[in-house]
Design a protein around this ligand. Structure first.
Ligand SMILES: [Zn+2]
Length: 273
């Protein structure tokens, strides 16, 4: 599933290539995404020019002229990729955007957990999926003063708390596993057992890890590709995620996997307490 570094990488590619480009034509081949594509989705996009592309958590926001915003979420397996106009359709290409620069952008999503909507600018901030999001970890307001009370007053596991998009938006299983290894914390540790010092460490380590992964253009552990359909490079630098039985890079203890909720978590039983 694309997490913050992957979505940020896609956003940067889209921002470079789409800014100032007009959307000439929208063809919806499959409307049944997690949130079905609205019947007027295409007509609200056609003729609009993209002014800028930005990100909020795992949501991609393309600001359009005329006062509206196109919001996308890549779900589990979504891609927004550029193709030459008229390139043959691939299975799971669900929406085709014909562009004024002569190319096409395609929304491709085998598992169809993503979404694409157009909203008037004045409704974007209050749109429920965005309004419920916590602070973005790359936002300067993401500090120990913000994080500590949210973690400390809970009995949930730290893995679940960091996965909760209402607390921190943009993190998923990969980067949570990695940051807990870097900070020496077991994924099962309860929130109320997080000290102020650890909250400070997390408030530093989370953005540092994400920035590093963005420099590598994200992690391609399964489907993820950037807007140019290139793989990321950070998957080769993961220390614990999906490395069950491999030696910990710090102490050589085999990495352990346990089920937590419906996902696996990976940690070093020696380094992480
Ligand atoms: Zn270790």
């Amino acid at each position: 599933m694309p997490e913050l570094p992957e979505v940020e990488t896609v956003c940067r590619t889209l921002n470079e290539r789409l800014r100032g480009v007009r959307i000439l034509e929208v063809r919806v081949i499959e409307a049944r995404l997690r949130r079905p594509v609205a019947a007027d989705f295409g007509s609200r996009l056609e003729g609009r020019t993209v002014e800028a592309v930005s990100r909020r958590g795992k949501y991609i926001l393309a600001t359009l002229d005329g006062g509206s915003t196109w919001v996308s979420h890549l779900g589990m397996s979504g891609k927004l990729v550029f193709r030459p106009r008229g390139a043959s359709l691939e299975k799971h290409d669900h929406i085709i955007f014909g562009l004024s620069d002569g190319g096409e952008l395609r929304y491709h999503d085998p598992r169809r957990f993503g979404m694409c909507v157009v909203l008037p600018d004045r409704e974007v901030a209050a749109w429920p999926p965005l309004a419920s999001l916590g602070i973005d970890p790359l936002d300067p307001r993401f500090t120990a003063a913000y994080l500590y009370p949210l973690l400390h007053r809970s009995r949930r596991s730290i893995r679940d708390l960091l996965l909760d998009q209402r607390i921190v938006c943009g993190l998923g299983n990969i980067y949570i596993n990695e940051v807990l290894h870097r900070t020496g914390v077991r994924p099962t540790r309860r929130g109320h057992r997080v000290s102020r010092a650890l909250a400070e460490e997390l408030a530093r380590a989370i953005p540092a890890l994400l920035r590093e992964a963005i420099r590598w253009r994200g992690s391609s552990v399964s489907d993820y590709r950037d807007g140019n359909d290139h793989r990321g490079g950070f998957q080769w630098r993961l220390q614990v995620y999906d490395r069950k039985g491999a030696p910990c890079a710090t102490c050589a203890t085999p990495i352990k996997r346990i089920g937590l909720g419906n996902r696996g978590v990976f940690y070093c039983p020696t380094c992480q307490r």
